[in-house]
Ligand binder design. Sequence first.
Ligand code: FAD
Length: 415
Amino acid sequence: MQKEKVDVLVIGAGPAGTVSASIIAQAGYKVKIVEKQRFPRFVIGESLLPRCMEALTEAKFIDAIKACGFQEKNGAKFVKNGKVCDFSFKEQFTNGWTWTWQVQRATFDKALADAVEAMGVPVEYETTVTDIRFNGSDSVTTVEDATGQLKEIEARFIVDGSGYGRVIPRMFNLEKHSQLQSRKALFAHTVDKKRHLDGEPNRITAVVHQKGVWVWIIPFSTGVTSLGFVGNPEFFDQFPGTPEEQYRAMIATEPFFAERFKDVELVFEPRILQSWSATTDKFYGDGFVLTGNVTEFLDPIFSSGVTLACVSAQTAARLVIRKLQGEPVDWEKEYMEPTQHGVNVFRSYVMAWYEGTLDTIFFCENPDQAVKEQICSVLAGYVWDRTNPYVTGHATEPKRLARKIELTEKLNALG
Ligand code: FAD
């Protein structure tokens, strides 16, 4: 069998894999990525958050992304029964990036993978990890290429960025059930000739369709718009037929965009995804670290996936470099805690969204601008800014605010 030796083996060439590979390679280490699929490949996760720009900058990917001409994104808009709540990332509490992009992931991920290859990191496509044996923190990974050829890769450290593949958690029984309810999505790319120009295309719009069901509208720079329904599986059961028939019937029931997307041309047959929330007991071990979706993926509502992938990869890469340099690393304190904290903040907001707490806040009559800016920073991905009370109080503050708004509105109604 063919054998190879590297300092760091990265599994998966999604954003988590390429960001970590780039940062580690820049420190002078021999890094290799193995990727199961041939790129470009479709993956969902098209609306980024400003916080991921810091990780993409450290990975030296900004120029490669700029060259793709993606749609700039400056905020997020929420719509319910004709009411609109608009967040501009320029009006936020944390002093950070005020914009990002909305991207077709096939092009975006390919641009990142090409950029990391140009830095000297080989990306081996159509190569699947089939086995890993650890000997202390050293490891031997068996990979299989498209022709069935096996190879062993010796590594001093492994970064698992395999996304929905969840290679290490599955192989070593680290999988844990998510606390979030199972949800389903039906989505497609549309040729959006009747695009709204008020606030678009530089926003993601999330439309509250009914309790527990919402729709994303993500316009791209090409005139194509991604439109996806997300909700409890029972909602989808009411619509019979093929995915396309279901999708068109659902579009017809939402007054906010029924006319805009009526008979719209679809770029591909609508796709279905279900039960994506997953987590694991620990995000690191002797000789490996989990990054991106392999740690925990929550829900698409706040577009947190790629940002958590990039930030976890950035944090992990810095620690892997220190470990390879022989410095002590406290993985629990320096990796697990901050990574879990970011996930926890978003989880609270995801739960508050589905419970309706955020509807009360987003669509209230007289929003408090200072509070809106604090919440905007969470929506921009600045969930590690502990000076923000809506970060530190993620589990309590939104609920407290919603109760206050409800009480004020009741008192106002009484005159
Ligand atoms: P991925 O992008 O999934 O990349 C992992 C790579 O690993 C893949 O290319 C895969 O082929 C490879 N791989 C898997 N197994 C193996 C193996 N055995 N060997 C080798 N390679 C392997 N996020 C956002 O930020 N914004 C959004 O708007 C958004 N919308 C979403 C909508 C839905 C319905 C869902 C379900 C998710 C959404 N997400 C969104 C989340 C987003 O899809 C993920 O969080 C993001 O892609 C994670 O990046 P990653 O690098 O961890 O993994």
